[in-house]
Unconditional design. Structure first.
Length: 367
């Protein structure tokens, strides 16, 4: 059996104010066409289905149309979990009713991890969960960091039954994994990172959260990457999905490219004006090599590149208040102290007690 591993659709996402919904629709149509042409029977979506906890109606409609085509027209089983961007309760709505049609949604983690058995494979569904969430399910669970909490959670599961096992989850796995600007940090100080060794009970781990396609630890623990390019530092990344063969859990990456690409142009303003190509309509960022800021440069570029979304001047070195903080000083401080320094530098005043209490509460909730 072969299944598709998708993740990080981020339906409803914008890039510097540009709505990406049409691009997302185009890419989902390409996914649907592949499924139809290759007789795929199972699709796994490993979280961050929407870009916001409360998605737009347009994003909801796009997902509904995509799932309806897969389930009702192509008779594909879809297994979907919530990521850190998703509003779990909204994603979970009517999920039990939809199971009889072949849509299995797990948006809130359960004390006993649910699974769906298809042919000879058990697909275990574990949506994004914080250490505090593990503690709610198991009051004795440690809350030190994500790795310790998730290791405790998995240790509480009965995974001894024979047979092939796939885990679908949404977390930051691997200390050396490739990250992108468009990913939300799950916690402060690197406490969100999970060692892939805790997944030894599973033949394949279908991950969501990181936007670059990659494996971590071993080749059967994989991020499919995001559906589209969601920041300009992802311009060089390939986007697509994985096709996984449950015979040996080998995987094949299938690239997706929309009609409008996300690219970064580099050069002086004059060079970019004279360096036009057949893809001027792409979504673009310009890194200008000019040594002085040019007034209205973005307006000038839009005459030639209608979708220029940002400009920067990497060669112009700016001095900020942060220069006075040495790296060793920064590394020695906790998250609250770093916030106070940041607040002081940005506002030129000390935060009051109410503001300090607020950020303290937010930091505690994020661990």
């Amino acid at each position: 059996m072969k299944f598709i591993h998708l993740a990080d659709l981020h339906l409803g996402r914008q890039l510097h104010g540009y709505a990406l919904l049409d691009i997302q629709k185009e890419l989902l149509e390409k996914v649907t066409a592949y499924i139809r042409d290759h007789d795929i029977r199972v699709v796994v979506i490993a979280g961050d289905v929407y870009d916001r906890a409360i998605p737009s109606q347009e994003a909801v409609t796009l997902l509904s149309d995509f799932l309806s085509t897969l389930i009702l027209d192509l008779h594909v089983k879809v297994l979907m979990i919530a990521g850190n961007h998703d509003g779990a309760d909204r994603l979970d709505f009517t999920s039990s009713i939809l199971e009889k049609e072949g849509l299995y949604i797990c948006a809130n983690a359960k004390a006993q991890m649910p699974y769906v058995e298809i042919e000879d494979v058990k697909f275990y569904l574990l949506p994004f969960i914080k250490p505090s969430g593990v503690h709610q399910l198991f009051p004795e669970a440690p809350r030190d960091n994500y790795h310790v909490a998730l290791a405790y959670y998995l240790d509480k599961q009965d995974l001894t039954a024979p047979g092939k096992k796939v885990l679908v989850t949404h977390q930051f796995v691997g200390h050396h994994a490739q990250t992108s600007d468009s990913e939300l940090t799950l916690s402060v100080g690197g406490t969100e990172v999970i060692d892939p060794k805790i997944f030894e009970s599973f033949d394949y781990v279908a991950l969501g959260h990181l936007h670059a396609p990659q494996y971590v630890g071993r080749e059967t623990i994989r991020y499919s990457g995001s559906l589209a390019k969601y920041s300009f530092d992802e311009a060089h990344q390939k986007k697509g999905f994985l096709v996984v063969d449950t015979k040996d859990f080998s995987s094949t990456f299938v690239p997706l490219k929309p009609s409008l690409d996300v690219r970064v142009l580099k050069g002086s303003l004059d060079e970019l004006i004279h360096r036009q190509d057949a893809h001027n309509d792409d979504l673009l960022a310009a890194e200008l090599s000019d040594e002085k800021i040019i007034p209205h440069a973005i307006d000038t570029l839009r005459t030639y590149y209608p979708h220029i979304l940002s400009i920067s001047y990497p060669q112009i070195v700016t001095t900020t208040h942060f220069d006075k903080h040495s790296m060793s000083e920064i590394q020695s401080k906790n998250a609250l102290d770093l916030f106070i320094d940041f607040y002081r530098d940005m506002t030129m005043r000390e935060p009051d007690e109410e503001e300090i209490q607020l950020i303290s509460t937010l930091l505690e909730d994020n661990v």
